[in-house]
Write a protein that binds this ligand. Structure first.
Ligand code: 9D3
Length: 248
């Protein structure tokens, strides 16, 4: 899968791509990620990428021409992308569902904004999608682009070594994960739940399902309205809801 990331901070993005699952995916040739310095697509002596806002007000706005030229050049050199994503606080929420959708494309371009924002004609004429990674204020789109590349790359076959862990991932199941433990059997006065040491695989499986459901109900109840629960899970949820009624 190919990604092209356009930014005024190429070193910041390169650093985020070099490590971990994405770094290894690049090394192994499963991911082809290129980072483009937006200033390379300016034409003036000062390599200007921003300008004052029409209508006045504080801050600066990113000019449309360098971003449009960057996307044109990427399309010429690297092929027409399946999506051109503008990262912005006004975008639709980036979810696991969006990650799955993008992972079905073979080439995605990501545009990172800075300053107060990006001239809206980039959204309307250059971008095909506008995504936000959550309701908090970042200083620009670079970290958001890295989040998108990470989440999408994990879905590219072979990038994550253990395909099972991708499939069982909490959000692809629509539930939070169960608690995890490793040695030692007691730490800071806290024992590992006995069932995990018991060797009863069926009991372990049920305990994991039960704790995952309990956590989801307690911390993120809204996830349960869209989670695809099987028969067993619906019965467990009923039991947990009864537990909660008894001890409010
Ligand atoms: C302080 C400026 N804000 C005034 C109301 C608006 C604003 C402009 C630009 C807020 C943040 C940004 C930069 N953020 C992004 O480019 C961004 C982002 C984010 O801030 N949160 C979540 N997802 C994203 S994706 C891109």
């Amino acid at each position: 899968m190919k990604f092209d990331i356009v930014t005024i901070f190429p070193r910041m993005v390169e650093a985020g791509l070099a490590e971990g699952v994405v770094g290894r995916g690049i090394e192994r040739g499963l991911l082809d990620v290129k980072v483009h310095d937006l200033r390379a697509y300016t034409t003036d002596r000062h390599r200007t990428v921003d300008d004052v806002p029409y209508g006045g007000g504080p801050g600066m706005v990113m000019k449309p021409e360098p971003l449009a030229r960057a996307v044109d050049d990427i399309a010429c050199r690297r092929g027409t992308p399946g999506a051109v994503v503008l990262l912005s606080p006004q975008g639709r929420p980036f979810t696991q569902g969006e990650a799955v959708r993008l992972s079905r494309l073979s080439h995605v371009v990501l545009l990172c904004g800075r300053y107060e924002g990006v001239d809206d004609r980039v959204r309307t004429t250059v971008a095909t999608d506008e995504l936000s990674i959550g309701d908090y204020v970042l200083s620009g789109g670079e970290l958001a682009a890295l989040v998108v590349v990470d989440a999408v790359s994990r879905l590219v076959p072979g990038v994550v070594g253990d395909a099972q862990s991708v499939e069982e991932d909490s959000f692809s199941r629509g539930l939070l994960d169960c608690p995890h433990y490793t040695r030692p059997p007691e730490f800071a006065g806290q024992k590992v739940p006995g069932v995990l040491l018991s060797g009863h695989h069926e009991e372990v499986r049920r305990w994991r399902k039960m704790t995952a459901l309990r956590r989801t109900l307690e911390r993120r109840p809204e996830l349960l309205t869209s989670a695809a629960l099987d028969e067993e899970e619906r019965a467990m949820l009923e039991k947990i809801r009864q537990e909660q009624e008894r001890e409010p």
